[in-house]
Structure formats: structure tokens, C-alpha cells
Design a protein around this ligand. Structure first.
Ligand SMILES: Nc1ncnc2c1ncn2[C@@H]1O[C@H](COP(=O)(O)OP(=O)(O)OP(=O)(O)O)[C@@H](O)[C@H]1O
Ligand SMILES: [Mg+2]
Length: 315
């Protein structure tokens, strides 16, 4: 489900009115793409997310979702039905008395019967790693922050969206839950869902996104592949952003005489491969250090250091 922004401007009313949260933003999110949106705090990421799913409408310019501008009723309705939006603050997203009702609300709204909606809710809860039996009758307000975040994600998944906009979906989660959420997003993407992930974590963006949009003060300052965007380290730094850990380590290693062939590694997995290639066959290896580890360690698997290193994009 393609989403395009054409010269979009948006400003909030109230205190601070007059400054634009988005200022002349143009970008294209292609069908089936995984897009990472990065930017300093207050740069306009959440505003962009809300405009992409028609929760807000532009003051000027157009947001076009699957060919229909969100300023038109039909476009707005389609965007709200088909673009799932996982809010930055899940407590704002949850409203029903029970988790089951909350997650079933979307499918019910799309016309599913009570039973269909309930089974979609159970399925979505399982998908996000929550036990429907334990939680379906719980109040969303009795859950931990991480559980709430996952319930909010389940509520979106239950609607089987064609695109999903997730605003800092891993914030406040423990490492395992964080990996779980990233795996879900990668999985959805693998099944053809367009994914837009807002994130402060450059490593997550580098591991998952095919396309990165960087914002600063409501404007797009970089838009391209991860390699293109993260090669502009100095501009990013000026905008309060950083490059992925692997790129930073590679830069330090390069300063100490390592020569990397090809592109700068953006994931720890790619960095490990690049360093191993540099070190050459005579360098000490794990198998030499532990001779009992058996012949398979000679060509053992690459260590899984990154969210993106497992099953791969698969697309
Ligand atoms: N509800 C609101 N009312 C008034 N101003 C707002 C509102 N929401 C956001 N803003 C302002 O709009 C600008 C962009 O905010 P936005 O929430 O889109 O930034 P962000 O990039 O998502 O930041 P963060 O990383 O902190 O989540 C900021 O200057 C912010 O103060
Ligand atoms: Mg935000």
C-alpha cells in the first residue's frame, strides 16, 4: 500500500502555534517497503506517522494513501481502515474494559461478527507473545508498560492492515520483548505488509529498513537506502542523530588501519563478516582456541548479533 507525502505542512494549534511540526515534506513509501523514520526529539516523526494513517490531515500539501488523498472522505476512510497505527504511547491507544474487547474492536469496526472478532483477537495476542487465556479478560490498565505496548500492537494486527505505522514500537520493552516486536514487524514485511517504523535506535533501523527517512525540525534532511543515509554521518550528527553501532566501530577500526572493502557495514553481523574477511584465514579463530569444538566449527554459523541476521528479508 503506497503512501506519498507531497509538500506536506502541518502545525499544531495552541502554545507553540506558528512553528511547523512538518514543513514541506515530500516522500514516497513504496508498496511493501520497510521504511525507518529517524529524527531528533521533536523533529516531527510522530506527526508524520499520524498524517500517514489519516489520524491528522495536512494543513497544506497532500498525503495520498493507495492513490486516494486523505483530505477526501474515501481516502481518509481507506487509510484509517487499511493503515494500522501503533501509537508512541500505548496507554493512549487502549480504551476498552478488557484486553479482549480492546483487540477485537478493530475487526468489529470493520464488520467482523463477534465470534470472528474474538478469534482474530486471540490470534493477534498470540502473535505478539501474550497468552489470550491469561489476559483476554484483564483490564488493559492492569498491565505492565511492555504488555500494553504488545496489546496495542495486537489491536492493530487483528485488523490485518496492509500497511503498519509503528511509532517507537520497542520503547520501554526488555530486550526479549524488543526482539519479539522487531521479529513481528519483519515477519509482516515478509508477508508483503508495508511497514513504517519510527525509531531512535539506529541499529534497529539498519537491521530492518530498506529505506530511511531522516527528519530535522519538520523537514526531510536525508531520504534513501540505509547505506546512503548513514554515509552522511556528519549531517546526521548535526541533526542530533547517530549512525548504527557497526558503522561507528567500522570507522574507528578504519582509523586504526583496517581497510573495509565495499560498503561500510551497518549491522554487527556485517561488521563481524568484514572483520573476519580482513583478519584472513591465518588469524586466530574460535575453532583454534577450542580444539574440542569439532569440525563443524570450522565453518560455523555467523554469530547472530543483529535483529536482521536471522531469517533474512526473505523478499
Ligand atoms: N499535541 C501537540 N500540540 C502542540 N504541539 C505539538 C503536539 N504534538 C507535537 N507537537 C510539536 O510538534 C513538533 C513535532 O512533534 P512530534 O511529536 O511529531 O515529534 P517527534 O519527532 O515524534 O518527537 P519524539 O522523538 O520526542 O517523539 C514538536 O515541536 C512538538 O512540540
Ligand atoms: Mg514522537
Amino acid at each position: 500500500m503506497p503512501i506519498t507525502f507531497e509538500q506536506v505542512t502541518y502545525g499544531y494549534d495552541g502554545p507553540g502555534a506558528g512553528t511547523r511540526a512538518l514543513d514541506g515534506v515530500s516522500l514516497t513509501i513504496a508498496d511493501g517497503e520497510f521504511v525507518g523514520v529517524i529524527g531528533h526529539t521533536g523533529s516531527g516523526k510522530s506527526t508524520l506517522a499520524e498524517l500517514a494513517c489519516a489520524a491528522r490531515l495536512p494543513d497544506a500539501g497532500r498525503v495520498v494513501v493507495d492513490g486516494a488523498p486523505t483530505a477526501d472522505r474515501r481516502g481518509r476512510r481507506e487509510a484509517r481502515r487499511r493503515v494500522g497505527y501503533v501509537m508512541q504511547y500505548p496507554e493512549r491507544q487502549l480504551f476498552a474494559e478488557t484486553v479482549g474487547e480492546d483487540v477485537a474492536f478493530g475487526p468489529r469496526n470493520l464488520g467482523a461478527s463477534r465470534d470472528e472478532a474474538r478469534s482474530a483477537a486471540r490470534e493477534a495476542l498470540e502473535l505478539v507473545g501474550l497468552s489470550p487465556d491469561d489476559l483476554i479478560d484483564a483490564s488493559p490498565f492492569d498491565l505492565s508498560g511492555g504488555q500494553r505496548r504488545r496489546v496495542a500492537l495486537a489491536g492493530v494486527l487483528a485488523m490485518r492492515p496492509r500497511a503498519i505505522v509503528a511509532d517507537e514500537p520497542t520503547a520501554g520493552l526488555d530486550p526479549q520483548a524488543r526482539q519479539g516486536v522487531l521479529d513481528i514487524l519483519r515477519d509482516l514485511h515478509g508477508r508483503g505488509v508495508t511497514v513504517v517504523m519510527v525509531s531512535h535506535d539506529m541499529d534497529h533501523v539498519a537491521a530492518l529498513a530498506q529505506h530511511v527517512v531522516a527528519l530535522a525540525h519538520g523537514r526531510v534532511i536525508a531520504d534513501g537506502t540505509p547505506a546512503e543515509v548513514f554515509s552522511r554521518a556528519e549531517e546526521l550528527r548535526r541533526a542530533g542523530l547517530d549512525v548504527p553501532t557497526a558503522a561507528r566501530v567500522a570507522r574507528d577500526l578504519a582509523a586504526r588501519g583496517y581497510a573495509f572493502a565495499g560498503e561500510v557495514p551497518l549491522t554487527l553481523d556485517a561488521l563481524a563478516r568484514a572483520v573476519a574477511a580482513q583478519a584472513g584465514p591465518s588469524a586466530p579463530r574460535a575453532s583454534a582456541a577450542s580444539p574440542k569444538s569439532g569440525p563443524e566449527s570450522e565453518s560455523g554459523p555467523t554469530p547472530e548479533l543483529e535483529p536482521g541476521s536471522g531469517s533474512g528479508g526473505g523478499r
